[in-house]
Design a protein around this ligand. Structure first.
Ligand code: SAM
Length: 206
């Protein structure tokens, strides 16, 4: 992501952080972590990266099952809300994923952050190179939509109106990930009752 686009994204989320967990959208998204966990084998010794962790929708549900979670986000205010939740084994890391990752992981998870990244080919490569052999990704985002989900896409730093599975699968395989699979994980009610389906994409590094 270029610097001005990433500044737009971080400042949008800095402003939104305080009320993030109270939004009706966050309350619907609370259904995601248990469904994602049903598709992601984890061991108590694992170190997991939550990309675009925000206030910790995924990180806080994963932390009790593993040794360590790194919560990566560009927005310091979102990470502060997460830090205030007081999880000893969640390490907040403020930064852009393309500035480099602070470790290697047994799993990388993400919810609703992919559409904020312009170059998802590079993102899949960053994920693949940060995984231990045998590591997995479990990524949640919107299926292709018409741009109405966010409405003011530019102000919110939205680079994709959701995704077609075939394109993401090709990018993941190009990055060396295998066993790429998609399943619908949730239908969100948003914008006057319109429904927006979300996918869970899972894949494994050989
Ligand atoms: C829609 S929020 C989702 C937060 C949380 N996962 C949830 O579902 O509630 C997307 C988050 O991704 C972060 N983000 C977007 N692009 C990023 C990047 N290139 N590097 C790190 N964080 C990024 C944003 O700052 C924001 O907090």
């Amino acid at each position: 992501m270029n610097t001005s686009a990433s500044t737009t994204t971080a400042s949008h989320f800095d402003t939104a952080a305080r009320d993030w967990d109270q939004r009706p959208m966050s309350q619907q998204l609370a259904a995601v972590p248990p469904r994602l966990l049903a598709h992601l084998p984890l061991a108590p010794t694992d170190h997991v990266l939550d990309f675009g962790a925000g206030t910790g929708l995924l990180a806080t549900q994963i932390a009790p099952r593993v040794a360590q979670v790194t919560a990566l986000d560009m927005s310091g205010a979102m990470l502060q809300v997460l830090a205030d939740k007081g999880f000893a084994n969640i390490t907040p890391h403020q930064g852009d994923i393309f500035a480099g990752l602070p470790g290697r992981y047994h799993a990388i998870v993400s919810c609703m952050a992919l559409h904020h990244v312009a170059d998802t080919t590079a993102l899949m490569q960053a994920f693949a190179s940060a995984l231990h052999p045998g590591g997995r990704v479990a990524l949640v985002d919107l299926y292709q939509e018409d741009g109405s989900f966010h409405g003011d896409n530019e102000a919110k730093g939205v680079h994709h109106f959701g995704f077609g599975p075939q394109a993401l699968q090709a990018q993941a395989e190009h990055a060396g990930l295998r066993d790429v699979a998609f399943t619908e994980i949730l239908r969100m009610q948003h914008r006057n009752g319109r429904e927006y389906p979300l996918f869970l994409m899972t894949a494994r590094k050989p």
